[in-house]
Design a protein around this ligand. Structure first.
Ligand code: ATP
Length: 220
C-alpha cells in the first residue's frame, strides 16, 4: 500500500494531482520549490484514474504509478498516493481532499495547482468546497496569462494568504513563483512518438522504463 499509515502528522503536507502521463521535471521541480518555500513535510503525488476534464491518459494507471515510484526513488520530499486509482467513477479532487482530510484531521493541507488549472477552477466539481478542505497553492508556468474573470479574481483576492496563515488547516490561496520549466507530458509523448529522446525532460529511470516497455511510441 502506498498510503502512509501515519495519520498523526501535523506538519503541513502538499498534494499534487495529475495524470502524470508521464511524470516529468515540470511536475517535480516546482513541487519541490513549493515544499521548501512553505516548509511542507512532503508532497503527495496523486495520479488520477479517470480525469473528468481531459482526454484519457495513454499509459495505464499501473504504468503511471510505476513511473511515479521510479521518479521519486531516493528523494526525500515526495510520497506516491494511489487513492484515486482505487475509487470508482470520475476522479474528483473534492473527493480526494475529503478522504485526505479524514485521514489527516489536524494537518494543514496544500493543494498545488498550475495557473492554467486555477483559471479553470470554477468548472471543477464542487469547486467552492475545495478551499474549505485545503489551501490552494497556485504555481505559475512560463508564458501563462494571469487574466482571471472578475468573479474568480474577487474570490482569489478574498482568500489571498498572508505568511501567518500557514498553520491554518485550509482556506487560503497561495500564489507562488516556482522554477519555470516549459515541459509538458504532451510534448514528451510527441517527442517519443517522433523517435526523439526525452532525456533531461524527466528522470532517467522513467525514461528507461518508457523505452523498455515501448510506451508512447505511436502517436495517437
Ligand atoms: P499534459 O501535457 O498531458 O496535459 P501535463 O504536463 O500538463 O500533462 P499533468 O499531469 O496534467 O501534466 O499536470 C499535473 C499538474 O502539474 C497540473 O496542475 C499542471 O498545471 C502542473 N504542471 C504540469 N507541468 C508543469 C510545469 N512545467 N510547470 C508547472 N506546473 C506544471
Amino acid at each position: 500500500m502506498d498510503r502512509s499509515a501515519n495519520n498523526h502528522v501535523t506538519e503541513p503536507i502538499g498534494i499534487l494531482g495529475g495524470t502524470f502521463d508521464p511524470i516529468h521535471f515540470g511536475h517535480l521541480r516546482p513541487a519541490l520549490d513549493v515544499a521548501e518555500q512553505l516548509g511542507l513535510a512532503n508532497i503527495r503525488l496523486i495520479p488520477s484514474a479517470r480525469p473528468p476534464h481531459r482526454t484519457q491518459p495513454e499509459a495505464s494507471p499501473e504504468q503511471r504509478l510505476a513511473m511515479l515510484h521510479l521518479a521519486i526513488k531516493n528523494t526525500e520530499h515526495f510520497v506516491v498516493d494511489d487513492r484515486e486509482l482505487h475509487r470508482q467513477g470520475e476522479s474528483y479532487t473534492v473527493d480526494t481532499l475529503l478522504s485526505l482530510r479524514q485521514e489527516f484531521p489536524e494537518t494543514p493541507l496544500f493543494l498545488l495547482i498550475g495557473m492554467d488549472a486555477f483559471l479553470d477552477i470554477q468548472t471543477w466539481h464542487q469547486w467552492q468546497r475545495l478551499i474549505t478542505l485545503a489551501h490552494i497553492v497556485v504555481m505559475q508556468r512560463p508564458g501563462e496569462s494571469m487574466s482571471m474573470s472578475l468573479d474568480l479574481d474577487s474570490w482569489y483576492q478574498q482568500h489571498l494568504a498572508s505568511q501567518d496563515d500557514r498553520s491554518f488547516l485550509a482556506g487560503k490561496i497561495w500564489p507562488l513563483e516556482v522554477t519555470q520549466l516549459a515541459i509538458s507530458a504532451t510534448h514528451i509523448r510527441l517527442t517519443i512518438a517522433q523517435g526523439l529522446s526525452p532525456q533531461f525532460l524527466l528522470p532517467d529511470a522513467v525514461a528507461q522504463y518508457i523505452e523498455q516497455i515501448g510506451l508512447y511510441q505511436n502517436n495517437p
